[in-house]
Design a protein around this ligand. Structure first.
Ligand code: DX5
Ligand code: ZN
Length: 220
C-alpha cells in the first residue's frame, strides 16, 4: 500500500473563486494545500504574493505548503509564516546562504524545505540534508503549471532517498510538476512521500473526485 500525502496546487485553481476552491477541498483527500509564490525574477512568471496567501490562510482547513519561487526568500519568511504557512520551501538555486535560511524558517516554527530545479543534482544537499524537513524535487522547470513530467525525476528520487537515509535525515520527498495517474505510483515506489498536483486536479471536471481517484489508485 502506497500512502503519500497529496498536495493539490492552488496555482491551477480559479483565482477568482479561491474561497470556493479552498472550501470544497476541506473534506477531500488533500492533505496539504500547495501555494506557489513566483516573483518574475527567479522564475519567468508572477503568480501571487503574501496578501493572497493571507486570504488563502483565512479559509484553509489543511496546512499550507508554501513553495517560494523567488529571489531573496529570507526577506519574506516571517510574512509567509504569519499568513499561515506550515511548510516553507525555498529554492536551492536562490539561496547562497541556504543553511542560514533553513535555520530562519525553523526558528519561525515552520517545516523547512528546499526545492531543486531539474538540473540541480541531489548530492548538493549532502551537507544540509540532516537539517531539512522536506525536499521538493521539481519534475518540471518551475514557473508554470500544466507542463510535461520530466522522466529523469524517478532516478533522482531514488538517489535522494538514498542520500537522506545515509544522512540520517527524516526529510519528506515531495514531487512537484506534471504529476498524474500516469506517474504517481512509480514516484511513490521510488521514494516520494508527497505528491503535488495542479493541472491534474483542477483541470479535471471534479477536483474532489480526482483527488479521491488518485488516493484510491495509490491504495490498490
Ligand atoms: C510549478 C509549480 C507547481 C505547479 C504544478 O512551477 O511549482 O506547483 O503548480 O502544476 P502541474 O501539476 O500542473 O504541473
Ligand atoms: Zn510548486
Amino acid at each position: 500500500r502506497l500512502a503519500p500525502l497529496l498536495a493539490p496546487s492552488l496555482l491551477a485553481a480559479d483565482f477568482a473563486n479561491l474561497q470556493f476552491e479552498i472550501e470544497r477541498l476541506a473534506g477531500s483527500a488533500a492533505d496539504w494545500l500547495h501555494c506557489d509564490i513566483m516573483d518574475g525574477r527567479f522564475v519567468p512568471n508572477i503568480s501571487f504574493g503574501v496578501p493572497v496567501l493571507q486570504a488563502i490562510g483565512r479559509h484553509a482547513k489543511q496546512p499550507l505548503d508554501v513553495h517560494l519561487m523567488i529571489e531573496d526568500p529570507q526577506n519574506y519568511l516571517a510574512a509567509v509564516r504569519d499568513a499561515g504557512a506550515t511548510n516553507i520551501t525555498v529554492h536551492y538555486e536562490a539561496c547562497p546562504h541556504l543553511h542560514r535560511v533553513i535555520q530562519q524558517i525553523k526558528a519561525l516554527g515552520c517545516r523547512a524545505g528546499v526545492a531543486l530545479n531539474p538540473h540541480t543534482p541531489v548530492w548538493l544537499l549532502e551537507d544540509i540534508a540532516a537539517d531539512l524537513d522536506l525536499v521538493c524535487v521539481m519534475s518540471v522547470n518551475p514557473g508554470f503549471g500544466g507542463q510535461a513530467f520530466i522522466p529523469n525525476t524517478l532516478r533522482k528520487v531514488a538517489a535522494l532517498k538514498e542520500l537522506l537515509v545515509d544522512s540520517g535525515s527524516s526529510a519528506l520527498i515531495e514531487i512537484d510538476g506534471g504529476v498524474s495517474l500516469d506517474n504517481a505510483a512509480a514516484l511513490v515506489e521510488a521514494g516520494a512521500d508527497v505528491l503535488v498536483a495542479g493541472n491534474f486536479v483542477f483541470g479535471s471536471p471534479d477536483p474532489v473526485a480526482t483527488l479521491a481517484d488518485l488516493r484510491a489508485h495509490l491504495s490498490e
